[in-house]
Ligand binder design. Structure first.
Ligand code: SF4
Length: 542
């Protein structure tokens, strides 16, 4: 919720910003604190932060009301960092909309420093059968603490939590990553890593501490932030990884030890809330659609009793009416929890088995009963051309969604396990390098000769050794994308080994120099002006 004085502060700062009275640094901080972004065509984007993707039904309803009132298409987008973006604000509309936020119980305000992202959490979190502990109390405490102590932090700073060593959040690719674990005495805590990054120059993180208890983790994180802030000396490019490369882990930890953080909020686990079985009987099922949903979108949570339904949201777009039904389902059949995931989907936990058909029935009325979460039809992408100045103007998203619609490929869902990720430029927002198959927007030539297309990566994501960064296997012109995908799927059908799924296939055929995939795609690569694929990509373990 946002208070009136804060809104008045926004109005004053907005006037200064639009009058050109802010320095560039000041303007960047103003926009970052208010979750604002200007698009290349001068439109504005509002960013709502949901640490770890945690969202309440009240927030979902508030968002729906806000969208209906202020956004022409009345829809918002889940980002791969588990936040929400709302597009298409004209400058004259923005101050009025900001002043109206409180009436919807929402806020975009946060003051953690210009480059600090909200912390993210692994896909299934505490509900996963593998989870060692629930990272949410620590994650929330860190967000609160950063609200004050993150001020003045100059560089990008991204934190991720994974609830077990599988590290689905790829904590090892973040500035600070925490992976829940146990020590030899059976005490629960975290392995803490620092200085990792994804994107154009990926590098795995350094190990900062093999084990820190749940209670000690907060102050330790605080000391890392304080030391990094001091050593960055106001340099916007001084991410923690560069600091660690320069001075080494030992010297950095010695510096961190000088900061005694005593005001980190207490980390307290909240008792889980449970939902009740429905007394309304069973709805008319949606037959085949429900069976597929059950197969691919539902898992039993760690308590062994309740179910979690994953709502598949192609490219993360959710309309006002869909937010409303999500709020309703969460209240009626769950414990009032919704969670936005890094795959741009929404999880609804704590569902009684007897309620599951109702969940699907209600969701399906609003187009949210799609099967295929975690399969190749579950496409995710960066904010794209609408939001980002770097993005190539490629428009393959909708075509891709149709191409990969589950069931149209003549294969069983089990064979189609894998992730397809699209990023509109080499900045690789949305972590395409962790996709089984990734398409990265590219262009070549100038003026009238300029052409757009994709670099193609394969084999990213989890493998038995940890995490694998996808390897570049070729490129194609945008108009050839359909042919490339058809030919890859044909190869998969014909050349897969035994019960190998698409994800495992992509990892296998992207091995070697040249790899099989590289040779298959050579004809398409040659048609582009991109040149030889860059093969020096890094494999990074968690
Ligand atoms: S890291 Fe992955 S496997 Fe581990 S608890 Fe999280 S979602 Fe589950």
């Amino acid at each position: 919720m946002i208070e009136q004085p804060r809104i008045e502060e926004f109005q004053k700062d907005w006037d200064r910003y639009t009058s050109g009275l802010m320095s560039e640094n000041e303007a960047n901080l103003f926009k970052a604190c208010w979750g604002l972004h200007v698009t290349r065509d001068g439109g504005w984007i509002l960013k709502f932060r949901f640490p770890g993707g945690q969202m309440s039904p009240e927030q979902a309803e508030g968002l729906a009301g806000f969208l209906r009132k202020w956004v022409a298409e009345a829809r918002a987008r889940i980002t791969p960092r588990q936040n929400i973006q709302v597009f298409d604000f004209a400058a004259e509309k923005l101050p009025l909309a900001m002043a109206d936020l409180a009436s919807f119980g929402l806020s975009t305000w946060r003051h953690p420093g210009a480059g600090m992202s909200t912390s993210s959490l692994c896909e299934k979190g505490a509900y996963c059968e593998n989870s060692k502990l629930d990272p949410r109390p620590l994650l929330n405490a860190l967000e609160t603490w950063l609200g004050e102590h993150g001020k003045g932090y100059p560089a990008k700073f991204k934190v991720a939590f994974s609830a077990c060593g599988n590290d689905c959040a790829y904590a090892g690719g973040h500035d600070v990553g925490l992976v829940a674990t146990e020590n030899e005495k059976g005490e629960k805590g975290y392995q803490v890593m620092g200085g990792g990054r994804l994107g154009e120059e990926p590098r795995p993180a350094f190990l900062l501490k093999a084990f820190v208890s749940e209670t000690a983790a907060g102050p330790f994180l605080g000391s890392i932030v304080e030391a990094a802030k001091k050593l960055a000396k106001g340099n916007a490019r001084a991410r923690l990884g560069y600091i660690l490369e320069e001075i080494g882990v030992e010297a950095f930890l010695a510096e961190a030890a000088k900061f005694k953080v005593t005001d980190f909020p207490k980390v307290e686990a909240t008792a889980p809330k449970y939902s009740d079985p429905s007394e309304d009987g069973i709805p008319m099922t949606t037959g085949e659609e429900y069976r597929k949903f059950l197969d691919t979108n539902v898992f039993t949570q760690k308590d062994g009793e309740h179910l979690v339904a994953v709502v598949r949201v192609p490219f993360g777009w959710v309309t006002a009416a869909q937010w409303e039904v999500l709020a309703k389902v969460s209240r009626d059949f769950s414990n009032g929890e919704l969670r936005l995931t890094q795959s741009q989907n929404i999880m609804i936990p704590m569902i009684h088995e007897s309620n599951l058909q109702w969940v699907h029935y209600d969701l399906n009325q609003f187009g949210l009963g799609l099967a295929g979460a975690g399969y190749i039809s579950d496409l995710s992408c960066c904010p794209g051309p609408k939001a980002c100045d770097n993005a190539q103007d490629i428009s393959a998203h909708e075509a891709l969604a149709q191409f990969f619609a589950l069931g149209d490929l003549g294969l069983d869902p089990g064979e189609l396990a894998g992730a397809i990720k699209v990023s509109s430029c080499p900045n690789k927002c949305g972590n395409p390098e962790l996709g089984s198959l990734a398409l990265i927007g590219a262009s070549w030539g100038e003026g009238a000769m300029k052409e757009t297309g994709y670099k193609i990566l394969m084999g990213g994501g989890k493998n038995p050794a940890g995490m694998r960064i996808g390897r570049e296997v070729g490129a194609c012109r945008a108009v050839r994308l359909g042919s490339v995908l058809r030919s890859l799927m044909e190869r998969f059908k014909e050349e897969k080994h035994g019960d190998e799924n698409f994800h495992q296939f992509c990892q296998r055929v992207s091995e070697g120099d040249p790899s099989p995939a590289q040779m298959w795609l050579q004809v398409y690569t040659d048609e582009t002006g991109i040149g030889e694929p860059h093969m020096e990509l890094v494999d990074g373990g968690a």
